[in-house]
Ligand binder design. Sequence first.
Ligand code: BGC
Length: 260
Amino acid sequence: MNIRLEWKRALVTGGSSGIGTAIVRALADAGAKVAFTYRSHPEAAEVLMETLRQEGREAISVEADVSDPTAVKAVFERMDLAWGGIDILINNAGMDGERALSWETDLPSWRKVFEVNLFGAFYCASEALKRMVPQKGGVVLGISSVHEEIAWSGYSAYAASKAALGMLTKTLAQEAAPHGVRVLGLAPGAIKTPINRSVWSDPKGLEDLLRKIPLNRLGEPEEIARLAVILVSDAASYLTGRTVFVDGGMTDYPDFAHGG
Ligand code: BGC
């Protein structure tokens, strides 16, 4: 299947690293105009913009913290000005936060994870739907995590924010469906990106991680990006209100292969 997204106007939050960069590239390869936000990696954002420019793509990059609703509004206004609106939103910006058990964590760090992963996704979805509902078309895709479903000691804010993202997806999908707008989630497992480098670059950490993955390898950012392109395209026209897990079988609970 050759998926084309020509004429589509897309926004990817957190586009300067890992899965975000792979999604920006995949959308552009499919012919979409792509805007992306970045925060902590301005040099990487510049490199990505340069590559897109050299390939003759139409692209916009904006420095923005998605947990700031005023900054989010400005990103959408920039797209309105440049392209007259938006057809595809990929809520990708997110953070794990520092590992800390719940009785050790400090509140500002805990809150920040929620503000980026959940509030940020909501601010962007709200701005996107404001535009997609009247035009009777569009797709919002939230990049979640296997931790939408799997508990993760030391990462209570992360896991809880991703679980909340799952319900946000379902609820916004219910609101938007009568207007021809789809809202979906995509939950990656362990993908080889900077966010989990400390684990996969350490042999013991890697061994432990691989035991949790039936396919016995980490995923590549491109494997997530390919599915993101499918989900936002008409190939998935009858799919809404669901999170699709792309995790090499992690949520298949491989320990149960040895008995229950
Ligand atoms: C986290 C990664 C982790 C993976 C599997 C992802 O959501 O961002 O750090 O390796 O889940 O636990």
